[in-house]
Design a protein around this ligand. Structure first.
Ligand code: HSE
Length: 435
């Protein structure tokens, strides 16, 4: 039997602990599948003394993850520290420069430095595997990078943040407050260390930037992503969406357009009958549209220790099976040096349907004034509904547009706001085509 693959793991939190446990519990099966044992040779974490409930065996302890990354006694460095700078970046860079293969679940790091790290990996002939960085346990990187060779992708979109989908699902089904749902997501180990990364859309944007690069062959451009989170989604929006036959999801969408690639993250209404609308709780889903295959939808557990560990262990096993000359190709599907600059399609040119919820004073002429502003901006309405007057003499007006330009919708809503008929901030939610 070939020699054991020696793994060094930095970061022993929820995911790191699960990886150590899975590698130990599945050792015999993994050895059979890979043709060689996988051993945890070394570990590193912030505190040595902490009780973690995992057996670290004979693994050598390192206080410094960078020293672990450079150690000649490992073959693979597994980075589960998190963060786009600091020890995560320094250790991944050091490991690749030392010629070690790297497995990481760190989407923030890849979104910011992925191309530079890929260049080092490709120069050194090392593998940089990151399946766990996008959509938890769903093997979407492998699917896009390997199984879809030759397909031209036109749109990739999905539910990429388990915490947000968990919150939106419970808000809809149980009428529970946003804050209570977020607390549960944190307790269950789904949320990021700073949960604003989840709810304000950063985490989805990091993952989308990686998918967009794989789909369209451009350099990762997370900083250019249009982003809105879910913190201003109310029960009123969720109910109105349901009445209209939609469900609200936080989607990340990357789409090829005539003017470039649109990358956007925002709360989105999808038809209740669509497959993606049936994706509930912490489950993630990624839809990929291509010329050869048509539409593919992958869904599965998107966050949490086991889901993420499944993807990390799969990446380690791929390295255990790889032989020089039989690797899965460049990190982002094309050699890092050949990735094109990102050509951004501006958000104001986005064309789609819009849901607009306005809370207005209950007085004569308001309806007519709203309709006038829509017509002035050449926005065609699919429906306009007025809800019965509330006790406090405010009314809710809900508009759904046919396909319209984002710039026109923004202008119309600004004009309506300036007209002085609104009692509250207007709510605008984009509608996405989904089968
Ligand atoms: N905080 C992330 C989520 C974890 O909720 O999806 C997985 O990246």
């Amino acid at each position: 039997m070939a020699e054991a693959l020696r793994v060094g793991i930095a970061g022993l939190g929820t995911v790191g602990g699960s990886v150590v446990r899975v590698l130990s519990e599945k050792a015999a099966e993994l050895t059979r599948q890979c043709g060689r044992p996988i051993v945890v040779a070394a570990v590193s974490a912030r505190t040595r003394k902490k009780k973690r409930g995992v057996e670290l065996g004979k693994a050598t302890w390192f206080d410094d993850p960078v020293a672990l990354a450079k150690s000649p006694d490992i073959d693979v460095f597994v980075e589960l520290i998190g963060g786009d700078e600091g020890p995560a970046r320094a250790s991944v860079k050091a490991a690749l420069e030392a010629g070690h293969h790297v497995v990481t679940a760190n989407k923030a790091l890849l979104a910011k430095h992925g191309v530079a790290l890929a260049e080092i990996a490709e120069k050194r002939g090392a593998l940089l595997n990151y399946e766990a960085a996008v959509a938890g346990g769903i093997p979407v990187i492998k699917t896009m990078r390997e199984a879809m060779a030759g397909n031209a992708i036109s749109r990739v979109f999905g539910i990429l943040n388990g915490t947000c989908n968990y919150i939106l699902t419970r808000m809809e089904k149980e009428g529970i407050s946003f804050d209570a749902c977020l607390k549960d997501a944190q307790r269950l180990g789904y949320a990021e260390a700073d949960p604003t990364f989840d709810i304000e859309g950063h985490d989805t944007a990091h993952k989308l930037s990686i998918l967009s690069s794989l789909a369209f062959g451009h350099r990762i451009a997370a900083g250019d992503i249009y982003m809105e989170g879910i913190s201003n989604i109310s029960q009123a929006d969720i109910r109105a969406a349901g009445d209209l036959g939609y469900r609200i999801k936080l989607l990340g969408v990357a789409q090829r357009t005539e003017s470039g690639v649109e990358q956007r993250v925002h709360p989105t209404m999808v038809p209740t009958s669509s497959v993606i609308a049936q994706v509930h709780g912490v489950t993630n889903a990624v839809a990929i549209e291509t010329d050869i295959l048509g539409e593919l939808l992958l869904s599965g557990p998107g966050a949490g220790g086991n889901a993420t560990a499944s993807a990390v262990v799969g990446d380690i096993a791929d390295i255990a099976k790889s032989r020089p000359g039989f690797q899965h190709g460049p990190v982002f599907g094309r050699p890092a040096k050949e990735l094109k600059p990102y050509r951004q399609a501006k958000m104001r040119s986005h064309a789609g349907g819009y849901f607009i919820r306005l809370t207005v004073h209950d007085r004569i002429g308001v309806f007519a004034a709203i309709a006038k502003r829509m017509a002035e901006n050449r926005i065609s309405l699919e429906s306009i509904r007025q809800h019965p007057a509330d006790a406090d003499e405010r009314k809710t007006v809900i508009l759904v547009t046919h396909e319209s330009m984002e710039s026109a919708v923004r202008k119309a809503v600004d004009a309506i706001t300036k007209d002085g008929h609104l009692t509250d901030k207007p709510q605008v939610i984009r509608i996405e085509r989904a089968e």
